[in-house]
Design a protein around this ligand. Structure first.
Ligand code: AHG
Ligand code: MN
Ligand code: MN
Length: 357
């Protein structure tokens, strides 16, 4: 029997581009080079202790977090793989305090790239799945150096987003605004092959993911939601829930894209200087775009995450995403609290965590 050959990522992007005859090749070059970077990171991660890239770099990054060697190496791969192409005007990364400027020897392009080079990096030393997350925005039409403000665009302005996941298999998940498509790295060919076309996140679920060790810092709507899940069949939800926590958001997002579920890293009162744990530009927005394109949802708890206007490149935000009905329920709990859900006095008195306008 003759089998139909699978489509490569390159072919997929060429087919997509046929719909825009006026477009140049810049957009596809950008996505293919990001995919190439991800293959390079996948090989480096897979080498583990046999490679030269494990352990701590003994450096604290702009986030105040310890950098692993692989955080720095993955960041370098993203830069080296993309700064020469002529399609980018600048890049923002979790691992760099300021936007990266395209070196003067190279042409400046029409797109901006924001990325988390390695998400879940605390898991590297224990051989648990990590990944890379990226978001593509349009650059302002100008030859001047990029500014932080150029990246202050709501997630709804993204033209592409995706992630690579370095698990038992390496996969590249992509949206260019027409659904979400998954590509599996073929170890023989070294090519990403289309294996998961047009993914759909089921609207309902009985699986949730949250770091329960933060429960004393949660706002009441989150506590109410989790309590109701934990009450299972005996509570108002009338069904039992299962819980997961990988501490690698990209791996949680992948599970949810594959079989549904809801992920919560809500804003809380743990550190009043941080309105959440995850970063808007290169974690929340790209995952939000993927979720919405797959029929799911992504919220700050109060509004769609992709509608938030950023005010800083490393801005943190509360993030809840996954199965649509569940995300909408949690948003309702935030926006129409029960009478006995008195807001946490910390939020009330100080207004510390007001959502950006
Ligand atoms: P990063 O490794 O890029 O800093 O991101 C880690 C994030 C995210 O992947 C994960 O969901 C979360 O941090 C884990 O947080 P806890 O350590 O609080 O569980
Ligand atoms: Mn991350
Ligand atoms: Mn990271």
């Amino acid at each position: 029997m003759k089998t139909v050959p699978r489509m490569t990522l390159t072919q997929f992007l060429i087919e997509e581009r046929r719909r825009f005859p006026e477009s140049g090749g810049d957009f596809n070059s950008l996505l293919l080079n990001v995919a190439l970077v991800c293959k390079r990171i996948a090989r480096t991660v897979a080498a583990g202790e046999l490679g030269a890239a494990t352990g701590s770099a003994s450096v604290i990054n702009v986030q105040g977090e310890e950098q692993k060697m692989l955080d720095i190496i993955s960041n370098d791969f993203f830069i080296e793989g993309n700064h020469w192409g002529g399609y980018l005007a600048g890049m923002v990364s979790e691992e760099m305090e300021l936007p990266y400027q395209i070196p003067s020897g190279y042409r400046q392009g029409r797109y901006l790239l924001a990325f988390d080079p390695l998400d879940g990096s605390s898991n590297i030393d224990v051989n648990v799945t990590v990944g890379s997350i990226f978001s593509v925005l349009r650059a302002p039409a100008s030859d001047r150096p990029v500014t932080e403000e150029d990246f202050y665009q709501p997630g709804t302005e993204q033209v592409a987003a995706g992630y690579a996941i370095y698990g038992p298999t390496t996969m590249f998940m992509l949206t260019v605004g027409r659904g979400v498509h998954g590509f599996t790295l073929c170890p023989q060919l070294g090519e990403f092959m289309l294996t998961h076309g047009d993914l759909q996140v089921p609207a309902d679920t009985h699986e949730f993911a949250i770091n329960a060790s933060n429960s004393r810092f949660w706002e009441d709507p989150v506590r109410r939601y989790v309590d109701e899940c934990l009450a299972g069949k005996t509570g108002v939800r009338g069904k039992d829930f299962n819980m997961r926590w990988i501490a690698s958001m990209v791996a949680e997002a992948h599970r949810i894209l594959m079989r549904g579920g809801v992920f919560l890293y809500p804003r809380d009162s743990k550190d009043p200087a941080k309105a959440g744990r995850l970063r808007l530009l290169y974690e929340a927005n790209p995952i939000g775009f993927l979720m919405e394109q797959a029929g799911g949802a992504a919220s700050t708890g109060y509004q769609s995450v992709m509608q938030v206007m950023p005010t800083a490149i490393h801005q943190r935000i509360g993030l809840i995403f996954g199965s649509k009905n569940e995300v909408e329920l949690i948003e309702r709990y935030h926006n129409t609290p029960r009478r006995d859900d008195e807001p946490n006095p910390l939020f009330k008195q100080c207004g510390l965590f007001r959502e950006p306008a």
